[in-house]
Structure formats: C-alpha cells, structure tokens
Design a protein around this ligand. Structure first.
Ligand code: GLN
Length: 427
C-alpha cells in the first residue's frame, strides 16, 4: 500500500504511529485511509496526546468517531503529531518534535492538529481527524491549504477525545476536498449515549449541504473589525474572494464584532481554567507514565514534571484564575465576555446567510522563530470568537498559506459546508 510507505517515510514528522495491517471494511467509506490526531483514542494503538506523560498509553477502547469510521469501512492508518494536549498554534509544542509545512518545510504547518493537516496537505491521506478548541483544525488547515471543519459544539461526540477545555473542544475533519469532508461528517456526527453533551439532532446531512450549495445568491456578512487587523497579503487574498462572490451575484454586507477584542483574553482564561482541572488526572496513579518518588508528593512532582513548558504554563494560569479572590475578576468576567460574543455572532444571522472572515491573521511563521507565548496566541485571534460562540466554521483554502472561514448559525453545519461546496466551484 503506497499510503503506508509514505507514512513510514514521514518526511514532515507528521506521524507518531503508523497503524500496520488494517483491513479496509465495507460501508460508505470503504477503503478510505484516514489519519487520526493522537489525542483521539484508538483501541490497542498508542495515543500520546503529543506528551511524554502519555508516551506509552494504549487505550483499551475506540473513541466514538473512530468506531463510526471503522464501521463505515474506513481504514485508520496513522496517529498524527500535535501540540502537547492540543495546546498550541504551530505544532512546535509536541514532545515528539515539530511537524513541517508540506508546502515549505521551513515553515510551521499550524497547530494544534499539525500532523493531520500536514498529511492531508502533502497528499499522503485524503482526510484526517483533528480537534478544535480555539482554532486547532482551522488554522493548520489554512496554513496547509486544505479544507477543515469545526462542527457545532456537540454535533460530534467527544467520547475518547483527551480533554483540553471541555466547554470548547470539538472533533472535526481536515480534507483535500469538500466532498470527502462532508462524507466523513455524515459518518462521525450525531448523538452518542457516551457523550452527554452531544446535541439531540440528526447526523450531518450531505444532501442538505448540497441543497444549500445549489441555492446561490447568498447574503454574505464580512467582519469589518477583522479586516482591519490582518496583514496586507491576507486582506488582499480574502478580498479577491469577496470580489468574486459579488460578481457571482451574491450580496455582501459588513458585520461587526465589537466584543472581538475580548475574545482572546476570555478564551485563555476559560481554556486554561478548564485545562487545569482536566489535566489534574495525570498524577502518575491512573494514567500513563509514573515516576516514583520517596513519597506521594514527590511522585506527583516527578511525574507531572514530564509536562512541557506550555502545558505547565496553562495549568498554572488556570489554577490561578480559579483561585479564591480571583475567580470573579477573571473567570466570571471571561464568561460574561463569552456571552457577549455569542450574542453578537448569533445576531448576525438575522440578516445574513453566512459570514466570511479570514482564518489566519498572518502567514505561518518559520519553525523555531521563538516568538513570545502571547505572539503565538495572536495567531488564534480570528478563530477563537467562534469557538466561544460554539458555531460551525469551515476553513476554505485560498492557497499560499491563506484560509477563509465560513461561519454559520449554531447547529447549521450543513450551511457552512454547503457554502464550501458552492465556493469550491470557482476557487
Ligand atoms: N491555539 C489555541 C491554543 O493554543 C487553540 C488550540 C486548540 O484549538 N486546541 O489554545
């Protein structure tokens, strides 16, 4: 199998484990090779979350998404590299080394679903699964010039996803074309008894997406606040898409996101707070590696020292914002900002069908550029507002490391993907 050959060679450091000897099954995805981000559990196959602390962890069960893919006949061929516990925007926070951008190996592929996007961008696999908490599907999809979809919060089961920030985490596909992406969405989505946060809505419908794609003559909102902060080359490329859409007979109007400036700080308070609680379980007792000390405390300290710098930083920040006396000042305030942003985003759709905005504010940095943490956080400026709002967002690849987001109302995943089908005809 040529796919396995290329996965074994792994010139981009995109692969953490090659899954040998899988037999393709029967079903709607029969024979489709799929790579899976290594924070999604695969029975009998090592699942590391990109961390030393889970280096030898072999889950005894499949995540619901994996189970559904297998049942549909897909072949899970690889587990992909990622920023440790999905915390990062470049792929450089992996304990197993950075992944390279398939279109220029000196550049980052984006993160945290770095390996998934790189493999699809390199044409090694047609589709891969990623997870998105603040942009981790959309940003690497944009940097690697592929499609990526963050479904509505709750539309896809997270049973078997190693939790980062539970009020934001979603699983979704990264794909070379929009039809493969839609086919995978149809299989992985829908309610799941094992994840109480799944929405009580039917699975994603390709047919509904295609129907929306046929409609044409949309009313499209463009986020004016975002266009002011993106770099020149991003703005130009994005506006040439908007231009084309106008010439196709669509109506374009401006929408604003006044709460947008609160999005990044609110996200980092909420996500770190939830992460500090989710990562408390890696204590050397129940999961993964245990480094024995003289007493319990020393065992904790030695074991938890295996976390990388970024993960430690987030745990400390999260513990701080939840601590007595600071809870109101940070966490509660962040929740209010989140509410504000959600209401503003929801309000857009009283007037427009979809909203378009760039995915990445700047081009991908070089590997090892060594910016400050906050500078790397800024790469998520345009993606986190929609994570806070929980709405579905599609990354449309515009080429040369630039992507556009298609935002749709909560639960209307078919609208975002359907618009992608429409726009794919003249990319
Ligand atoms: N880059 C963001 C962060 O570092 C988002 C990560 C993600 O979506 N998993 O938190």
């Amino acid at each position: 199998m040529e796919v396995l050959e290329r996965l074994r060679r792994d010139e981009l450091n995109a692969v953490l484990t090659v899954v040998e000897g899988v037999e393709p099954g029967e079903g709607p995805l029969s024979g489709l090779p799929v790579a899976v981000k290594d924070n999604i559990a695969t029975a009998g196959v090592r699942t590391t979350a990109g961390s030393k602390i889970l280096e030898n962890y072999v889950p005894p069960y499949d995540a619901t998404v994996v189970k559904r893919l297998k049942k549909a006949g897909a072949a899970i061929v690889a587990k992909t590299n990622l920023d440790e516990f999905a915390m990062g925007s470049t792929g450089e926070n992996s304990a197993f080394g950075p992944t390279k951008n398939p279109h220029d190996p000196s550049l980052v592929p984006g993160g945290s679903s770095s390996g998934s996007a790189a493999l699809v961008g390199a044409g090694v696999v047609p589709v891969a699964l990623g997870s998105d908490t603040g942009g981790s599907i959309r940003l690497p999809a944009a940097f690697c010039n592929v499609w990526g979809f963050k479904p509505t919060y709750g539309r896809v089961s997270r049973y078997g996803l190693i939790a980062f920030a539970s009020s934001l985490d979603v699983i979704g596909p990264i794909a070379r074309d929009i039809d493969t992406l839609a086919a995978v969405m149809e299989v992985i989505s829908g309610p799941d008894d094992r994840d109480a946060t799944t929405l009580n809505r039917p699975p994603f419908s390709r047919w509904k997406a295609e129907e929306f794609a046929r409609r044409g003559r949309y009313r499209i909102g463009v986020v004016s606040d975002h266009l002011r902060i993106v770099s020149e080359e991003i703005r130009e490329r994005f506006l040439s898409l908007i231009d084309r859409l106008s010439r196709e007979g669509n109506e374009v109007v401006e929408v604003s996101l006044k709460g947008g400036r609160f999005a990044l700080p609110a996200y980092h308070v909420i996500a770190t707070a939830e992460a500090s609680s989710n990562l408390a379980r890696y204590d050397g007792v129940r999961y993964g590696v245990r480094l024995e000390g003289r007493d319990m405390l020393e065992t904790y300290v030695r074991t938890r020292s295996l976390f990388g710098r970024e993960v430690k930083r987030r745990i400390m920040l999260g513990t701080f914002v939840l601590s007595h006396g600071y809870y109101e000042a940070y966490y509660l305030k962040a929740l209010k900002a989140r509410r504000l942003i959600k209401e503003e985003v929801e309000g857009w759709f009283k007037d427009v069908d979809v909203v378009l905005t760039p995915t990445n504010p700047t081009l991908p940095p070089k590997i090892g550029a060594g910016f400050s943490p906050v500078e790397y956080y800024r790469l998520d400026t345009l993606t986190v507002p929609f994570s806070l709002a929980g709405v579905p967002v599609l990354n449309v690849p515009l080429g040369s490391f630039v992507g556009a987001q298609v935002v749709a109302p909560f639960g209307e995943d078919e609208r975002a993907v359907g618009f992608g089908m429409y726009v794919s005809r003249f990319l």
